[in-house]
Ligand binder design. Structure first.
Ligand code: NAD
Length: 356
């Protein structure tokens, strides 16, 4: 089967980490008999240099024509003085908006080999942590009405948290489907004891759950969820939550598993199309030095195999190869510890591809 992937390498370490993810995908292709066609397009700082725009129309139309998008990272000091709406990072918002990507998936996977990187007590994470935060990405308080007003007590300011049934239903459905592909356990996080929008959220999630009788659903208040993530992260499988709660909880979950160079993500819109990218930025300090950790991007490619192409066995093979690489004691600079073997970006990609 042939899969068309729009590839946005971007800036800084973007091109280097993307090359390694492509290397791994090509190995998957040859081993499992698939063909991955890479369509390289420009976005971010390099697009500004080449076309004057951070997200050229051609990039969007090629992304729309492909089965999924693989993104490195954008931005860097060269473009830092441009006004906000002209900066490379604006391309990310444009891509999410134009491609209708309303769900952000952030897995937090703690490899037992890297348990030293986890700030929690070893007994809390023994055997590893493996959870997925599904965050609503295009609604809620970040997009609600906002403004300032004069009050008797001086100037006031407000941001409205508005969710519609349709918005909650689509993210809930997506999260239940994710839970079905994992351990069939879903925790919906809200603040239904205080917020009306959360009470609607909870009602709709309960309604959608009737279509997924196999999934064990529980509800948790966000303050408790923040506490439980550091008290007992292993209790979670899939967490679904609103834009702002997800923004905070996905970073907290990421911190539980340590290095930024290891964390992949996906943005989806229901159906199979998605955009896959590491959570880190373009690390301009490391660009061109063959030192960046490509694992977050390689694991993003594994998510693409699983969620966009339905290739679970192939995704398992990539994740297994990453585990094998770490188990064999190889480390890029960012996760290097005493007694381990230091590798560069390219060698890491070669070794992971070889292990598939
Ligand atoms: P960053 O994530 O690029 O870097 C933070 C720190 O982590 C740096 O010390 C960096 O060296 C390190 N790091 C990041 N990725 C790494 C990797 N793969 N391997 C090893 N070390 C890694 O965040 P920043 O420094 O705040 O931002 C740099 C640029 O990236 C800025 O222009 C910012 O706007 C942009 N940015 C882009 C995205 C994106 O494209 N999705 C996300 C965040 C930031």
């Amino acid at each position: 089967m042939e899969y068309k992937i729009a590839v946005i390498s971007g800036d800084g370490i973007g091109p280097e980490i993307i090359e390694e993810a492509k290397k791994v995908l090509l190995k998957v292709g040859s081993k499992f008999g698939h063909s991955f066609v890479f369509n390289h397009v420009l976005a971010g700082g390099c697009a500004i240099d080449a076309t004057g725009e951070c997200l050229p129309e051609k990039t969007l139309s090629i992304c729309c024509d492909c089965d999924s998008v693989l993104l490195g990272a954008v931005g860097g000091p060269k473009w830092d003085d441009l006004p906000g709406d002209k900066r490379p990072e604006k391309a990310l918002l444009g891509l999410r908006q134009e491609l209708g990507l309303y769900a952000n998936l952030r897995p937090a996977l703690l490899f037992p080999e890297l348990s030293d990187a986890c700030p929690l007590k070893p007994e809390l994470v023994e055997g590893g942590v493996d959870l997925l935060v599904v965050r609503e990405l295009t609604g809620g308080i970040y997009f609600g009405e906002k403004g300032q007003c004069e009050t008797e007590c001086g100037t006031g300011a407000y941001d409205v948290e508005l969710y519609t049934e349709k918005e909650v239903e689509r993210i809930a459905r997506l999260a239940f489907n994710m839970a079905m592909k994992r351990n069939k356990k879903l925790t919906s996080v809200d603040k239904a004891n205080v917020l009306e929008s959360s009470r609607l959220w909870r009602r709709v999630v309960n309604r959608v759950s009737e279509d997924f009788p196999e999934v064990e659903l529980s509800h948790m208040y966000v303050d408790n969820a923040a506490m439980q993530l550091v008290r007992d992260p292993k209790q979670f499988d899939v967490i679904v939550t609103s834009n702002m709660f997800g923004d905070i909880l996905s970073d907290e979950a990421g911190m539980v598993v340590g290095s930024i160079g290891l964390l992949p993500s996906a943005s989806m819109r229901g159906g199979s199309f998605g955009m896959y990218e590491p959570i880190h930025g373009s690390a301009p300090d490391l660009g061109g030095k063959d030192v960046a950790n490509p694992i977050a991007t390689i694991l993003s490619a594994a998510m693409m195999l699983r969620y966009s192409f339905g290739l679970s066995e192939e995704a398992d093979a990539v994740e297994g190869a990453v585990k094998e690489f770490l188990k064999a004691g190889y480390r890029t600079q960012d996760i290097m510890t005493e007694g381990m073997k230091l590798t560069g970006t390219r060698e890491a990609g070669d070794r992971i591809a070889d292990a598939i």
